[in-house]
Design a protein around this ligand. Structure first.
Ligand code: SDX
Length: 425
């Protein structure tokens, strides 16, 4: 609760603004009364703006801390599995064994999509970017569930959340299969969440697909590491779309669209393309110089973060996974050597330390995904698959909060003053 206040003196007004304290992190100045006093705040990019109250995820950018419902990400990545993380993000706490088993059974039984969804794919060129197909088909899902779109009803919200968590792997695998001209593979209820996804991605009717336990574990860990991340651009997009009462499938499609950008979820694809462009360790200095050149728009993909100014705890776990997967698959990817050397050089360069640019979650995920056999243009689809639980958990939390309002920011207007219109002669 507010136990101290900020005083704003502006022009001839003096306004007391409550300061609200959370469980952890920065206190916030409650500015809701400011509009009535004739002022707006101004914070393009929301560098210092809290958009909501949430209890799902906490990030301490200075200390490199990421908690989901209070549990540290490195502990979850090592000792939990994605479906357990999905449960805690969506339902508020870690499940009991019985709750986990029931949740897993529910998700497993929702993995198929309506057979008519197949036809949406045939409207796409087969060289379409998979994210274009995912964005379209996720949004189209709302046309199949007329009975569960009343977002004011908690049970309908939860059923939609279960459907989306269950069906995203199926849709993502369909995007891949369509792009390579292979038949869609139906989900299998006897497989794990990650194993089922790998089977839908890589099995073909002509032969048995054997799931490598190391790859299955790495896939599940990648899902965990990308599941949620507080009020990032795509999650904020989902919240804003959902604040108007839009249906959950349309909101998740909006999140997919926002994640696609190279500054956000598209960075893992861009990072691998960058590592491939660098090619060999001896070319790294050339790219470091470009990243430091103010006149060159080039940025080191996979480096930097709006919040983390120390290290991205997910990158640390992802780097471990990278080594595990490559050694367990007995792969020696020269790109990993380039990545490791790029990280070493960048972190020893004062420019990157001064700008607080460290590898983020996307830096190593691309190498692991490539090692698993996922093509580069599918990387952001995998990110969207994983982040769906975060998006829909924030959407559900927002709609569960009393007094929820439509999001409607204001602006600093710098256009023309009112003037007389002269009709065209
Ligand atoms: C994700 O928000 C989230 O939580 C996102 C995410 C999630 O899980 O949802 O964590 C996922 O999006 C991770 C980030 C993936 N993006 C990239 O790896 C793309 C490369 N990085 C950036 O473009 C950039 O670092 C951002 C977008 C991630 C953060 O940008 P900010 O916070 O707006 O910082 P900025 O652009 O103002 O940069 C600050 C300075 C600038 O220099 P100056 O103008 O101060 O001189 O740092 C420089 C930038 O030029 N800089 C970089 C750089 N990133 C920032 N210089 C070189 N290479 C980079 N990658």
């Amino acid at each position: 609760m507010a136990d101290n206040k900020a005083i704003l003196k502006a022009g001839d007004i003096e306004v007391e603004l409550p300061i609200l304290e959370g469980t952890a992190g920065h206190p916030v100045i409650d500015i809701r009364s400011l509009g009535a006093n004739g002022y707006f705040t101004f914070d393009p990019g929301f560098m210092a703006t809290g958009s909501c109250e949430s209890s799902i995820t906490f990030i301490d950018g200075a200390e490199g801390v990421l908690l989901h419902r209070g549990f540290p990400i490195d502990e979850l990545a090592r000792d939990s599995d994605y479906l357990e993380v999905c449960y805690m993000l969506l339902h508020g706490d870690a499940p009991s064994k019985e709750q986990y088993d029931e949740f897993k059974a529910t998700i497993t039984r929702h993995t198929m999509v309506h057979e008519q969804i197949n036809m949406f794919f045939h409207g796409f060129r087969n060289d379409s970017h998979p994210m274009a197909m995912l964005c379209g088909t996720v949004g189209a899902m709302s046309s199949f569930y007329h009975s569960d779109l009343d977002v004011s009803q908690e049970d309908q919200r939860v059923r939609s959340a279960h459907r989306l968590i269950a069906k995203m792997p199926t849709l993502v695998a369909m995007c891949y299969k369509y792009s390579i001209g292979q038949p869609f593979v139906y989900p299998r209820n006897d497989l794990s969440y990650a194993g089922n996804f790998l089977n839908m991605m890589f099995s073909v009717p002509a032969e048995e697909y054997v799931i490598s336990p190391a790859v299955e574990r790495a896939m599940d860990r990648i899902f965990i590491l990308h599941a949620d991340h507080e009020q990032n651009a795509s999650t904020s997009t989902v919240r804003l779309a959902g604040s108007s009462g839009a249906n959950p499938y349309a909101c998740i499609a909006a999140g997919v669209a926002s994640l696609w950008g190279p500054a956000h979820g598209g960075a893992n694809e861009a990072c691998l393309n960058m590592l491939e462009e660098i090619g060999t360790v001896d070319r790294i200095p050339e790219f470091i110089a470009r990243a430091k050149d103010k006149n060159d728009p080039f940025r080191l993909m996979g480096f930097g973060h709006r919040v983390y100014k120390n290290h991205d705890p997910r990158a640390t776990v992802m780097r471990e996974s990278c080594h595990e997967v490559l050694s367990e698959l007995n792969l020696n990817d020269p790109l990993l050597d380039v990545a490791m050397e790029l990280e070493r050089i960048a972190l020893s360069d004062p420019y990157f330390a001064e700008k607080k640019l460290f590898p983020n979650v996307d830096f190593y995920s691309g190498i692991v995904l490539k090692a698993i056999g996922i093509p580069t243009n599918m990387f952001t689809c995998i990110f969207a698959l994983s982040r769906t639980v975060g998006w829909i958990s924030h959407w559900h939390e927002m709609l569960s909060q009393p007094g929820q309002k439509i999001g409607r920011p204001r602006q600093l207007y710098t256009g023309s003053e009112q003037r007389k219109y002269q009709p065209l002669k």
